[in-house]
Write a protein that binds this ligand. Sequence first.
Ligand code: NI
Length: 412
Amino acid sequence: MIIKGAYILKNYSSEPQKLDIKISKGKIVKINENISENDDEIYYFNNKLITPGLVNTHAHVAMSIFRGVAEDLSFNEWLFKKIEPLESRLNKDIVYWATLLSLMEMASNGIVAFCDMYMFENSVAKAASEFGIKAVLTRGLVDVDGKGKERLKENLDLIENWHGYQDRIYIGLGPHAPYSCSSNYLKEIANLSKNSDLIITMHLFENFWEKEKYNLKEILDTGIADNHLLAVHCVHLDNNDLKLLSEHNIFVSHNPSSNLKLGNGIAPVLKMLNYNIPVSFGTDGPASNNSQNVLFEARLSTLLNKKDKPQNMKIDEVLKMLTFNGYKALKLDGGEIKEGKSADLTVFDLNNPSFFPQQNMKKHLIHSTPKVYATMVNGEFIYLDGKFPTIDSEEVYKQFTNSYKKVLGIEN
Ligand code: NI
């Protein structure tokens, strides 16, 4: 496949250049000014800007089924009173259709890869494998209710069945949070991570009461950050905590919409960046955000962090968080458009008022409202010009709506 005529932003620190890209077997094999070779498939992408694919480092994708169900509630009311009782009505089919809907939403927002933590994760893996997106999936691990062992067993089965599938689906370990996992359970998970070289992702200090009840050093002493920890939220951390994070192999997923919407506050992103902690963006689940668009998260975070000093959060830094840091956080190779790398690309439509003046196109990616034209993963389009070439989207809408009615107990 050859893509011709587009502007290419090779990486977060480069400037867009008009270049052609040749893709073979899922990889970028050539980038040049004018590739004159013949190919069966040639795409003429004039008036398009191609960037490295965007990454969503934290989601619970199947929670699209709860979008709009629990609004204007405190975190505790939202999670423990509203969402958890409804979660008991989920099954593998509902999670499958709810996941496909979320994958459509993410692909239409330019997302090529995501990290998930939830239940019925086998259905998430099946949906992701069919859809064509890249994913790091984890079974949410909780042991305070005495069901820790069976959840861990589900996670081990996922590894057995999916880890490395088609160079796209990977499995990690997902201890839910310090308040839902005992320290012995965390130690067991940490050992598994070290022995099998799997990433761990965990919600960490999302709420102010976690900071009051738990000690970060004690949590890290379980070994969970010895191999690779993708820590989610990290809102309530002081300077000592941040220093401690920077001394471990820790990547942070910053989810500003969810943190604001649930009244949990604003994460100290600027301090994290000063400590050289690699920060990436996550949407969190669609029941607490409620959209799956990392470009929106990037813009929101940028504006929040500029409020006192506009020199903060420069374009290159934010693009790095959206692309390069996202790949690092998921332990995937990518985040730049380069020969030998996977063809994971986000294509923007420059023929859009928000992209003018086109001379400043790179800046519009963060500060304007760019429109995604296509999304490609390992050389295959998962979104192209308003369509989803790998699935039957009408069927997804229909099955999703039926599933929603089942969960909420709505007749017809
Ligand atoms: Ni979450």
